[in-house]
Design a protein around this ligand. Sequence first.
Ligand code: HEC
Length: 255
Amino acid sequence: MKQPALLLRDFGVGVRIGLTLLCLVILGGSAVSGMYLRDHHSGRDERAGFSVDDIRAHYHGIRSKSPMVVALDENKHPKDLDPKLRAALLDWLNGDRLTQDYDNFDLGDMAPAEILADNCISCHDANATGPDAYPQLPLRYFDQVKAASVSRDIQPVSEKVLMASLHAHALGIGSVCIIAVLLLALTRAPSAFKGLFAVLIGAGLLIDLAAWIPVRDNVTLVWAIMGGGLAFQAGTVLALCTVILDLWLPRGPRE
Ligand code: HEC
């Protein structure tokens, strides 16, 4: 196999130490930015935890009706619910006294907390079992009920902030990636691997960033952001690890 004329391994010890440390800085930086991304975006969808919806909310926005209203009103779920109770729940959900009336003593048996306890939590509880149980959506406590009741109208990040962030990411990360690919090219790794990692980095970053603007209109491009981001992160980590290894692995007999 033909090796490049210039090899990282031929640099002096000092340069190789410096390059190794800088590679570690970039690896550390991408770990930190992964954590930052998680903290920064989780909760963006007004639901606990970090999920695809957080990314969706940030880049595209989320507009959805209250799942409770959809179930009760549009889907007539559960089928055997007394129409009077269904109407009472819907009035409550569509009104503006969600918190005040939830367990309002004056409402007696018509208090939403009572109706839910009698008609819903046999299936909608974290411990509910049985063929019809739906523990994914517990409705025992007010917090749980509230999360399923509110409609969401989450605006995506403003265009101005998006543009500022896009240009910083494109120039900053783009430059780091060019350096990573160049260093990778000067290693003794098999060219098939070098080529694969380089394409992962270049294509991944391009696909991720190129989707940021059109995703505002087309929500499926969220997967391009996630897939591209993952590919370029994986490519960068693999490339930098290859570089660090190559800087210190002994020269073979051929060289
Ligand atoms: C016999 C069991 C059972 C009862 C009783 C029941 N549910 Fe459900 N519920 C389910 C199952 C199973 C699903 C998921 C499948 C579906 O959507 O039909 C569900 C889905 C839902 C959803 C939609 C969840 C989503 O992911 O969008 C809501 C909201 C809901 N139920 C509210 C209620 C309310 C309010 C009551 C009481 C008035 C109630 N359910 C009573 C079994 C039940």
